[in-house]
Design a protein. Structure first.
Lengths: 120, 159
């Protein structure tokens, strides 16, 4: 279980579109800083800065190869961040399904009420 | 029935949680279901086993509201707030606070109607990002299993 401060870092890291794109790229497989800099048309220092944020948030880690120092994605924090959103979603989904049923009842009552007026 | 698929929950900024959902009813009815003590306790319940014994609504600008939920084992959870803007049947802005803990949020509910269907957009604005994330966290893990169970029960009533 992550601490709230850690989750803060995860959300902050995910808030940036470039970092999300980097994660999407890494989801396809590990890549070195140089390999990542290319598709994003960014300098290596700029990419490195983003990678540092992602690394601090635990979203990526460094691979074994000492030469390339490839970065790879770490699934756990990402999963937890989306899990929280998913739990919240489940809660409201239940509420909204009940509201659907209630609205059906209300509509039916209204139709009954207006039975004698020909037009709705 | 496929309105469930229209449900979207997003965090477009660091301070917000935004929900949208389509309902197969005119917005006058949706508004009524959302703002009437007669109807609200029938659906806004959260996890299985919780009821809403207190639902007080003074629906006018400056008016107060207060809800209390109670679990089957006697736990209680309350929240309250004040209406900042009431424009039936299309818009409500209100404050919301969870008693002693948690920060106050500003909730904006917008209802739009098209072809007899109503789309609601419910935005919760938090004072800090940390409080927003805490609220997401308290999305009640125990509620998850219950929701699935309820979903199964619901689906079995279709057929």
């Amino acid at each position: 279980m992550m601490t709230s401060a850690h989750l803060d870092m995860t959300f902050a890291a995910l808030a940036d579109p470039t970092r999300r794109a980097i994660l999407a790229q890494l989801a396809l497989g590990e890549a070195s800083v140089m390999e990542l800099a290319e598709p994003f048309a960014m300098s290596q220092p700029a990419i490195s800065k983003h990678l540092k944020v992602l690394e601090r948030a635990g979203l990526i880690s460094r691979g074994q190869d000492a030469q390339r120092r490839p970065r790879r994605i770490e699934a756990a924090p990402l999963a937890e961040a989306t899990e929280w959103l998913e739990n919240y979603r489940q809660l409201w989904e239940g509420n909204f399904r009940r509201l659907d049923a209630l609205l059906d009842t209300m509509k039916a009552a209204q139709v009954k009420h207006k039975k004698h007026t020909p037009k709705k | 029935m496929n309105n469930a698929e229209t449900f979207q929950l997003t965090t477009p900024t660091d301070l917000e949680i935004v929900m949208t959902r389509v309902f197969d009813a005119p917005r006058k009815l949706v508004f009524e279901a959302w703002t009437t003590p007669k109807y609200l306790p029938q659906w806004m319940l959260g996890p299985e086993g919780w009821t809403m014994p207190v639902c007080e609504i003074d629906l006018r600008t400056g008016g107060a509201w207060r809800f209390v939920w109670r679990s089957s084992d006697g736990k209680e959870m309350g929240m309250s707030g004040v209406y900042k803007e009431v424009l039936p049947p299309e818009r409500i802005v209100s404050t919301e606070s969870w008693g002693g803990y948690g920060p106050e949020t500003i909730n904006t509910l917008v209802l739009t109607e098209k072809d007899g269907k109503t789309t609601i957009t419910n935005t919760k604005l938090f004072p800090t990002k940390e409080s927003r994330d805490m609220a997401l966290k308290s999305g009640m893990k125990e509620g998850v299993d219950a929701s699935f169970k309820r979903l199964e029960e619901f689906l079995s009533t279709l057929a």
